[in-house]
Write a protein that binds this ligand. Structure first.
Ligand code: ADP
Ligand code: MG
Length: 269
């Protein structure tokens, strides 16, 4: 009897230990980030703003989150890339970018929600599981993806999202690769610029077929409904101008080189 009991305990332990981490849907991740208790907070490595890594627990699941509460606006600001007019650095843009990613069903960004933490309204982002490195690590360690084309296609789509949102801080530290070679882009606090031109049109190489369709379907009312109050009307109008340029670019490219040279199909995550 005692032996049978021990065996049952052992089997249960092995099955729990051998399990993959629980996979929550994005809606479940949003609820978790909104409601789970914050167990601890510490500074996130490498960051330039005061971003924090928190550990949350809801009684069943323990998971980390990225917490940013920065929210500044300056008419002029000196960055390492030169002086920027109408400079903003805001947690609100993490939430807006995630909502845009969700609206277009891209899954290139982790979930971000708004929550008040230690008295400060903040963005709280799902900590990406099993990160094997950011782009700087990957290049330094010469880590080659098993399927180079599939990885590059994710990178092209991430770059389209960066141009669309005019994210001027899309550096290598904000591009994370997980163990399944999914690429994730984080940290949009310096996005949604008012520029009506593309920050770097050379970054437009290829685009996922569904992503291009979703771009064509964006309009002011849909964006306002999804992204407000995290962006202004002017920020939405500028995004739509950049959308027009992106769509024009890919349409012209397809007319010149054919669809196969321009469109790709990202696998669903
Ligand atoms: N959601 C996340 N998942 C995994 N790692 C993250 C996440 N958010 C932040 N990090 C890590 O913390 C670092 C700093 O966070 P980030 O959001 O980029 O803020 P900062 O504005 O300080 O650059 C990132 O470069 C990354 O290594
Ligand atoms: Mg960063």
């Amino acid at each position: 009897m005692k032996f049978m009991f021990r065996l049952a305990v052992l089997l249960a332990a092995v099955s729990i230990y051998g399990q993959e981490p629980v996979k929550l849907t994005r809606a479940e991740q949003e609820t978790f980030l909104r409601e789970a208790k914050i167990e601890k907070m510490r500074s996130a490595r490498k960051g330039i703003t005061d971003s924090q890594q928190a550990t949350l627990f809801d009684g069943k699941l323990r998971h980390d989150a990225s917490v940013q509460s920065i929210d500044i606006a300056k008419s002029e600001f000196k960055t390492d890339k030169g002086t920027e007019l109408n400079f903003k650095d805001s947690f609100k843009f993490n939430i807006a970018a995630y909502r845009l990613d969700k609206l277009m069903d891209l899954n290139l960004m982790p979930v971000y929600i708004e929550r008040k933490i230690a008295g400060k309204t903040s963005s709280v982002g799902w900590w990406v599981d099993d990160v094997i490195g950011d782009e700087a690590d990957r290049k330094k360690k010469n880590m080659t993806p098993p399927d180079v084309d599939a990885f590059n296609e994710q990178m092209y789509c991430v770059r389209v999202l960066v141009q669309l949102t005019a994210n001027v801080d899309a550096n290598q530290g904000n591009l994370l690769t997980d163990k399944n070679w999914n690429l994730w882009i984080i940290d949009f606090t310096r996005a949604f610029r008012l520029t009506r031109t593309l920050p770097n049109p050379k970054d437009l190489v290829k685009i996922d077929r569904k992503f291009l369709k979703a771009l064509r379907e964006l309009n002011e009312p849909r964006l306002a409904e999804a992204l407000r109050p995290y962006v202004t009307n002017d920020e939405i109008k500028s995004l739509l101008k950049r959308r027009d340029l992106i769509v024009q670019h890919f349409d012209a490219d397809m007319a010149a080189k054919g669809e196969a040279a321009v469109l790709c199909n990202l696998p669903t995550r």
